[in-house]
Design a protein around this ligand. Structure first.
Ligand code: ZN
Ligand code: ZN
Length: 414
């Protein structure tokens, strides 16, 4: 039982004051009917005063451990996935089983080794040219390690520019060997694959995400189901395209973040400074292949990304991120009128420090920044209170280009 489980929480309602559409506010403590009178007089905030620690004001740095744990919410489990990377069965450096071991080491729940169909420079070293062989080798190790392994491949066409799509949940690998790009995509669609657009900014005429005409056709036909917003091919300098996030939101497909690793993961990402591969967080009803499939097709995803300049980021739609955030950060804020001070008691079950800036009358208050470490903490800062509720911009939660999640709390007046 954590310290919040004995309390009653109140949903604070819409973010109408800021013109933020949809969704309910965060859960806020109120005395419950069972609380005694003396307990009612003494809020948990005051009761915990002795334990108070000053939150250091510092830059957000990677604090997530390997095997970071995320909160589940509602009926959904938060699974960590890498849906795009390579083995020696295309142009990767590692044997498929070694990819499984890396994923287990980093605490992943779900993996898809999506080797290129058309790029297989190591082929002369192998006896088998079967496209499914890499999956067959990795599957027993994944089963032993309790890792959900998705059978998949990368359709890899370069003329006149990169058109790379991943096809997941393949049943017949060789059916994707086609002369024409479109035929390969529809061969995957016939198998009811989850198909997503890889690294939209790589291999284009200009170094930016570039739409190509077949996209409209595939979206109209309902065969394109996700866009890769973050691609980790360059290791520490992973590519994050918030334009692509906006497109994913517009077309209502799943936003995804994957390593696209060709080299070994520890070679690409600097764990010692808090870095890690980009991951897709999959909000699934069960930790099985069927559960993952249902969640992906339903767009129940977010991206867990370490930005080496700005720290940990969760990226996705507001629809997915708001309930996820609500489940991971519990807060109560109390306003001391005479001192003009706000005090907060916070419980952060995300595996990294959150950076939150107060918003007052729609304006971000650059001075009123709180850094919320994992676990329990308190904070205090000077503030006027003009509105019934307290608003924060959460810098780590990105819901669009130049847009961060806004969290709302009810204020307890002293
Ligand atoms: Zn590719
Ligand atoms: Zn790739």
């Amino acid at each position: 039982m954590n310290r919040f489980s004995r309390r009653r929480f109140l949903n604070t309602g819409m973010l109408s004051a800021l013109g933020v559409a949809g969704g309910a506010g965060l859960n806020i403590w109120l005395p419950s009917a069972e609380t005694t009178n003396s307990e009612k007089l003494k809020s948990p905030l005051l009761a915990e005063k002795e334990k108070k620690i000053k939150i250091p004001r510092r830059q957000v740095r990677g604090t997530a451990p390997i095997n970071a744990q995320f909160p589940n919410f509602g009926e959904r489990l938060t699974l960590k996935a890498d849906l795009h990377l390579h083995s020696v069965f295309s142009d990767g450096d590692l044997w498929p089983e070694a990819r499984v071991e890396e994923a287990v080491r980093e605490g992943l729940d779900v993996l898809c080794i999506s080797d290129h169909i058309e790029v297989q420079p190591h082929q002369k070293e192998f006896i088998s040219s079967d496209l499914s062989r890499g999956y067959e080798l990795a599957a027993p190790r994944a089963e032993k390690e309790n890792l959900v392994l998705i059978p998949g491949l990368e359709i890899t066409r370069m003329e006149p520019y990169a058109k790379h799509l991943n096809a997941l949940f393949l049943k017949n690998f060789s059916a994707l060997k086609k002369d024409k790009f479109r035929d390969a995509v529809y061969a995957a669609a016939e198998q009811e694959c989850f198909i997503f657009w890889n690294h939209p900014a790589w291999g284009q005429k200009e170094p930016k995400a570039t739409w190509y005409p077949e996209m409209d056709e595939f979206l109209d036909a309902g065969v394109l189901n996700g866009f890769e917003v973050v691609n980790g091919f360059e290791g520490n300098a992973s590519d994050c395209q918030l334009d692509v996030l906006e497109w994913a939101l517009q077309y209502k497909v799943a936003p995804l973040g994957n390593s696209d690793a060709h080299k070994a993961i520890p070679y690409l990402f600097d764990w010692s400074s808090g870095g890690h591969r980009p991951m897709t967080l999959i909000f699934a009803k069960e930790r099985t292949l069927a559960g993952v499939r249902e969640a992906l097709f339903g767009g129940n995803t977010a991206i867990y990304y370490y930005d080496y300049d700005r720290g940990e980021r969760i990226i996705g739609s507001r629809e997915q991120l708001y309930p996820f955030f609500q489940s991971g950060l519990k807060c109560e804020f109390k306003f001391f009128k005479q001192k003009g001070m706000l005090e907060g008691l916070l419980w952060n079950s995300f595996p990294f420090e959150l950076k939150m800036k107060q918003i007052l009358s729609g304006q971000i208050q650059e001075e009123n920044v709180i850094y919320v470490p994992p676990g329990e903490s308190t904070c205090e800062f000077k503030s006027v209170v003009l509105e019934n509720n307290l608003y924060f911009e959460v810098e780590n939660f990105v819901i669009g280009k130049g847009k961060n999640l806004i969290a709302e709390y009810e204020i307890i007046l002293s």
